[in-house]
Design a protein. Structure first.
Length: 303
């Protein structure tokens, strides 16, 4: 693909130095469909289901001489309210897109570490009878940075972990009644958050892999409102024999918690399910070096 070729050329050119001599280039692209399902206790146990589509890609380069490497990610997650319920009086959509850059170092086939910096833009737009004649658009930019590690204590076992700070940047929202438009934007000060996650993959055979993941994320708003998510999941993946394609199924549990000073706290529980196709062209390095780092998305889980 021209875009992939251009990205590869830029990365190779940027690291055409002795530290990045004789580079190895590898990556993957993926598409998946997943959903969150459950009952909303705050709405008298009303059933809900949110289907989400995800598109993503990762490209990595590493020097065979120094062990230094770079990984670039791009992701999109989103859904339309019509997918939730075509009968809703309100139309709209929610999605996020962004990416991350990882500076990596491979100590050996058993250990790779990284430091990463990324950005996600969350976009929401709503219109319809529920809001009268108004339409509402909201954009929030989230920046995150942290550290990560991949270890392979055995050839058939991969363990990984990451921790990062979440730093919301700018908020932009606009409201229109069809004639007048009100728009406001500005930095999101005094809001901070963190994410901690990890998991494992165990290769049962040349074709089958099982695994598990656990994640915790938290945002604190001005010291008055705290919002957090916790999830864990299990995965089963199959690698096809004659084509560089794998398919993965994941099911899990998801919990949202809200706490507001003066009002108390509440939580919602749900289940998650996912089917993902991943295309991995070409050969990848052996050991931990050939394992790509994940990002975590509130919409999409591990990307």
């Amino acid at each position: 693909m021209p875009g992939r070729t251009l990205a590869a050329a830029i990365m190779v050119g940027a690291f055409a130095s002795p530290a990045f001599a004789d580079p190895i280039l590898f990556g993957e692209t993926s598409i998946d469909f997943h959903g969150v399902f459950g009952e909303l206790e705050s709405l008298d146990s009303e059933d809900f289901g949110i289907p989400v589509v995800h598109l993503g890609g990762k490209l990595a380069i590493r020097s065979t001489e120094s062990g230094l490497g770079l990984q670039i990610d791009g992701n999109f997650n989103g859904f339309d309210l019509d997918w939730v319920d075509p009968g809703l009086p309100t139309g709209g959509k929610m999605f996020e897109f962004g990416g991350a850059a990882h500076l990596t170092y491979t100590f050996s086939e058993a250990l790779k570490v990284g430091a990463y910096l990324g950005m996600q833009r969350h976009h929401s737009e709503f219109s319809g009878d529920l809001l009268g004649y108004l339409s509402l658009d909201i954009d929030v930019d989230n920046f995150f940075y942290g550290f990560e590690v991949i270890a392979m204590p055995r050839a058939d076992l991969t363990v990984y972990a990451r921790a990062n700070v979440i730093n919301p940047g700018d908020l932009t929202f606009s409201i229109t009644d069809g004639i007048d438009v009100f728009e406001e934007s500005g930095p999101l000060d005094d809001i901070s958050g963190l994410h901690i996650g990890g998991g494992f993959r165990h290769r049962v055979s040349n074709r089958w892999t099982v695994g598990g993941d656990m994640n915790y994320s938290m945002l604190d708003f001005y010291g008055d409102l705290e919002w957090s998510t916790f999830d864990f999941s299990g995965t089963l993946a199959y690698n096809f024999a004659d084509i560089p394609l794998s398919i993965m199924a994941r099911v899990g549990y998801l919990r949202y918690d809200f706490s507001l000073d003066g009002w108390g706290s509440a939580h919602e529980d749900g289940m998650t399910a996912l089917i993902r196709l991943t295309y991995t062209p070409g050969a990848t390095p052996a050991g931990a070096d050939g394992v790509l780092f994940d990002d975590y998305s509130l919409f999409g889980g591990n990307n």
